[in-house]
Design a protein around this ligand. Structure first.
Ligand SMILES: NC(=O)c1ccc[n+]([C@@H]2O[C@H](COP(=O)([O-])OP(=O)(O)OC[C@H]3O[C@@H](n4cnc5c(N)ncnc54)[C@H](O)[C@@H]3O)[C@@H](O)[C@H]2O)c1
Length: 293
């Protein structure tokens, strides 16, 4: 990364990034890149993540960035966070929501048996928190005209991914919140988008059952291959910059082309081999998934 070019895309801007945990986090890479693109940044996470993660290291690497403790599912925390931000740092030109969590996934509860309290928590932490961040930034006048707001999403918001469970529902909500806010924020030339990222090896990502298989599948189905967290951060810089002033209410795929593919030759070959090789077919156990055929 250090050898790469920077373009000063965010020179003179201030922003806050919610959700960096460790070096693998997408939010971590976004923070580093935003700083290197010339922004002054603040970072935020829940108290436990600040204790367990290594946020001070990130803060040091980003010009002594303020670290704000905030549980994005609590109104009073988010309100206090934007009050403090405005007083000590000033109003921001960008907000990044890089937050996700599902206890149902963590505990491997089948979708048919979701624990509804946890389901509500998934929706709250991973979806409604996006609304809360925007609402309290506005209420506290902690966001400037012409700002850019971004949240990280995943294609399971629109297509079925069995093991992504209730996080798929939360991502649908997240993307919808961006659309609902869009025209309201446009009055102040503020734009709001979601970036739909490839499977990425992070703490949240690797917690999904069968993640490595989804990752490999993504790799075979994407003409450009899966996008890394660092590449996601690079793309995010353009969305936070003034170069994308008229981009709003979009779900922007950053996935190596995955979302537009129907089939790839490697996947077709593999499927053909599996279906016509008895041993392989038994290993995959097609009967388990298609018993009615
Ligand atoms: N990793 C992937 O494969 C992938 C793919 C597409 C989208 N995303 C999305 O990217 C975003 C960042 O996730 P990541 O993969 O970098 O994992 P990560 O585990 O590094 O980041 C998730 C963050 O959410 C924070 N968080 C959890 N509950 C919170 C709360 N109540 N308030 C504030 N913060 C809270 C965690 O502390 C953590 O820092 C998430 O929205 C995730 O769904 C990830």
């Amino acid at each position: 990364m250090s050898g790469k070019s920077h373009y000063g895309l965010l020179k003179g801007k201030k922003g806050i990034i919610f959700g960096p945990l460790d070096e693998s986090s997408i939010g971590w890479q976004i923070a580093l890149h935003a700083y290197r693109e010339g922004a002054q940044i603040a970072i935020s996470n829940i108290a436990m993540a600040i204790r367990l993660g290594n946020l001070q290291q990130l803060a040091d690497a980003c010009g002594n960035a303020p670290v704000l403790v905030c549980d994005a599912s609590r109104n009073e925390d988010v309100d206090a966070c934007f009050k403090e931000l405005k007083e000590t740092f000033g109003p921001v030109d960008f907000i990044v929501h890089s937050i996700g969590m599902s206890q149902n996934i963590r505990k491997q509860v089948p979708y048919e048996d979701l624990n509804y309290e946890w389901f509500m928590r998934t929706l709250d932490v991973s979806g409604i928190s996006f609304h809360r961040l925007v609402a309290y930034a506005l209420k506290n006048e902690a966001i400037n005209d012409g700002a850019s707001i971004v949240a990280l999403s995943y294609i399971a918001s629109q297509r079925n991914y069995w093991t992504y469970s209730d996080m798929g529902d939360a991502k649908s909500l997240l993307e919808s919140i961006a659309r609902s806010f869009g025209p309201r924020l446009a009055k102040r030339a503020i734009r709001i988008n979601t970036i739909s990222q490839s499977p990425t090896y992070t703490k949240a990502g690797s917690g999904i059952p069968g993640f490595e298989k989804m990752y490999d599948y993504g790799e075979l189905m994407s003409p450009l291959g899966n996008a890394t967290a660092e590449e996601c951060a690079e793309y995010t810089m353009t969305i936070l910059s003034d170069l994308t002033r008229k981009v709003t209410m979009q779900n922007l795929f950053h996935d190596g082309g995955y979302s537009s593919m129907g089939a790839t030759i490697p996947m077709i070959k593999l499927a053909h081999e599996v279906l016509h090789d008895k041993d392989l077919a038994q290993r995959v156990d097609l009967d388990e998934f298609y018993p009615s055929r």
